[in-house]
Ligand binder design. Structure first.
Ligand code: NAP
Ligand code: ZN
Length: 349
């Protein structure tokens, strides 16, 4: 029998979150039921519900930074057992058979991976995310949260953590390299912590100096305010790698100038407009512009283990269900230190 669970849902575009009883599917053989304790608020949740990326499916429950405890498992589940501490990120299904899935890149599944919310699942249902007390997910998409990371600070790792870990690893953040992190919000602050733990020298590029002390605490050696135009001249050629986590349009040419020859500018932030880049600014010094989307499940587990080994969790502000609309406005205003996490036990329909 499908069960219902308290969840926070937006009924129609422009409306506020309201508590509802959300139906979750019957447990299939490979499914895990998770009692969610904490759900992070990612800027992607906001882009989606405000239809900044196109029309969304309402009513909609967002949330793809999910941490909780396994409360039930299907008959064929082998990886998880009741009582395990687990997390779910941006994906809840993929074909499991294509080249990409077999290589652990479920996000690029050739059949189309299924997002945790606002996506059409393989059974035709619209997926509903983690601002809820329970979720039912195929076991392949459930990660172990190692002991030593509390669930509230672990939840944001499931999106913000993997989205920064994956490109930092791929593009070579390591001892002897200088890495710039542009924008220090939810993703950016994780990027600083992870790049530092990977051994890179980390510099944060923020709009103002307001977050300088925090940047240093997270492991950065320097914090630059981009509101001062001279910084682009003064820091030209400084970086091996720049990770752009900003959710708004940026003058990409200015940031390309900050790279050393052969350096890479990797964007994970997703504004709407095309980048303005002249070919000469890439060709002249063999520079690279790249993008990166979340990460596959094996790498997500690797990231969680890495964070546990290095004592890394997100820096969070805990909120209850009644504060979510206000929290969305604050994230857009840059007024969050550094990720809101919702205490799902406070959702009361
Ligand atoms: P966030 O917490 O709002 O952080 C974004 C940061 O960007 C802000 O803290 C701010 O940093 C900077 N910023 C904001 N507005 C700006 C502006 N107008 N000009 C310059 N800088 C600005 O957002 P988030 O949750 O980290 O997400 C960031 C972006 O990544 C979003 O677009 C999100 O959708 C996207 N995302 C992508 C993936 C992926 O797989 N590629 C995954 C998750 C999220 P300072 O105050 O330090 O300047
Ligand atoms: Zn996200």
């Amino acid at each position: 029998m499908p069960t219902t669970t308290p969840a926070l849902s937006v009924a129609a575009p422009g409306e506020r979150f309201a508590p509802i009883n959300l139906e979750r599917r019957d447990l299939r053989d490979n499914d895990v039921r998770i009692d969610i304790q904490w759900a992070g608020i990612c800027h992607s949740d906001i882009h989606t519900i405000r239809e900044e990326w196109g029309s969304a499916n309402f009513p909609l429950v967002t949330g793809h930074e999910i941490a909780g405890i396994v409360s039930e498992v299907g008959s064929a589940v082998t990886r998880h057992k009741v009582g395990d501490r687990v997390g779910v990120g941006c994906l809840v299904d993929s074909c499991g058979e294509c080249e990409q899935c077999k290589n652990g890149f479920e996000q690029f599944c050739e059949r189309g991976s299924v997002g945790t919310y606002n996506a059409t699942d393989y059974d035709g249902e619209i997926t509903q995310g983690g601002y809820a007390q329970q979720v039912v997910v195929s076991e392949r998409f459930v990660c172990h949260i190692p002991d030593g990371i509390d669930l509230d600070v672990a939840a944001p790792l499931l999106c913000a953590g993997i989205t920064t870990y994956s490109p930092l690893k791929r593009w070579g953040a390591r001892p002897g390299t200088t890495v710039g992190i542009v924008g220090m919000g939810g993703l950016g602050h994780m990027g600083v912590k992870i790049a530092s733990a990977l051994g890179a020298e980390v510099v944060v590029l923020s709009r103002t100096t307001a977050k300088s002390a925090d940047a240093k605490e997270f492991g950065a050696v320097d914090h630059i305010a981009t509101s001062d135009e001279n910084v682009f001249k003064d820091n030209a050629g400084r970086f091996d790698l720049i990770l752009n986590t900003v959710s708004a349009d940026l003058p990409m040419e200015d940031y390309l100038r900050l790279l050393k020859p052969t350096g890479a500018l990797v964007s994970v932030g997703m504004p709407n407009k095309p980048y303005e880049i002249s070919p000469g600014s890439l060709i002249g010094r063999n520079k690279v512009v790249a993008g990166s989307m979340i990460g596959g499940l094996p790498e997500t587990q690797e990231m969680l283990n890495f964070c546990a080994e290095h004592g890394i969790g997100a820096t969070v502000e805990r909120i209850d269900a009644s504060q979510v609309d206000e929290a969305y406005d604050k994230v857009v205003a840059g007024d969050v230190r550094y990720r809101y996490v919702i205490d799902t036990s406070t959702i009361k329909p």
